[in-house]
Every structure is written in C-alpha cells, then in structure tokens.
Design a protein around this ligand. Structure first.
Ligand code: COA
Length: 112
C-alpha cells in the first residue's frame, strides 16, 4: 500500500520541521503538530501530543498533511509513534491505516 508523501516544498501548506520548538508546522506557523521525543523500552518514540489548525483553515486536510510530515519523519528516523492527540488516533490513523504499523504497541507511559 502506497503511503501519502509530503512533496510540496513551496506551497502555502508545505510543512517545516521546527526542531527547537518540537513541532511540524506550516510556513506561516499558524498550523502545527507538537511532539515529544521520548526513550521507550525498545527505542525512541515520537509522541504526537497536540494538533492545531486555525478555524479558517479547518476541514481541508491540513491536519492530515501535518501528520504525514510527522510520520514520515519518524519513519526516516526509525522512531515509533505514540498517537496521544485524538485527531491522530481517532481521525488520521483510521483514514490512513498504512501508517498504523508505526504506532508504538506497548504501554509506553508505564514503561517510562
Ligand atoms: N479529534 C479527532 N478528530 C477530529 C477532532 C478531534 N478533536 N476535531 C476534528 N476532527 C476531525 C473531524 O471529524 C473532521 O472530519 P470530517 O473531514 O469528516 O469533517 C476531520 O478531523 C478533518 O480532518 P482535517 O481536515 O485533516 O483536519 P483539520 O485540518 O480540519 O484540523 C484539528 C483538525 C483537530 C487539528 C482542528 O480542528 C483543530 O485545531 N481543533 C482544535 C484543537 C484540537 O482539538 N486538536 C485535536 C486534539 S489534540
């Protein structure tokens, strides 16, 4: 199954990695997904904490773009993903099940 990729580096909705603030965000910084990098039992995990899109831009798939950027980053860095944010767990993953294989399976919170 082919995964959706973020390939547009120039468009208004292109996603930038803000390592210092632990976010993936749009160039205007209005929409973002915040994460925490944590050490898990078998390796590091990318915990996706919170997704935010301003009201005027909702319903256009921007949050899904942010998730794809975060999951692609995790895949490139060999990280598992913890979908703490309800948008990621309840909307993005059910609609994009090819990314489910990257979800951390153990109870991360109790092992940290
Ligand atoms: N949890 C799970 N899913 C949610 C949601 C939430 N809190 N809020 C909205 N959704 C779903 C909607 O059901 C919508 O479905 P639809 O397409 O059938 O209408 C879908 O997200 C829209 O997807 P998408 O267009 O990719 O998302 P978006 O760019 O509109 O952004 C949020 C979605 C949740 C990031 C945005 O509504 C937001 O910033 N809300 C306030 C903050 C928030 O609740 N964040 C999520 C919890 S951390």
């Amino acid at each position: 199954m082919e995964k959706q990729r973020e390939s547009n580096d120039e468009g208004e909705n292109s996603i930038v990695w803000n390592e210092k603030e632990r976010k993936f965000e749009t160039r205007d910084r209005e929409a973002y997904i915040e994460y925490q990098l944590r050490g898990g039992g078998g390796g590091k995990v990318l915990d996706l904490l919170h997704t935010y899109v301003p009201p005027s831009k909702r319903g256009l798939g921007l949050a899904a773009h942010l998730c794809v950027a975060a999951f692609s980053h995790a895949e490139a860095q060999s990280l598992s993903v913890v979908p703490t944010c309800s948008y990621v767990s309840d909307t993005f993953l059910p609609r994009n099940p090819s990314w489910n294989s990257m979800v951390y399976k153990e109870d991360v919170k109790s092992s940290m």
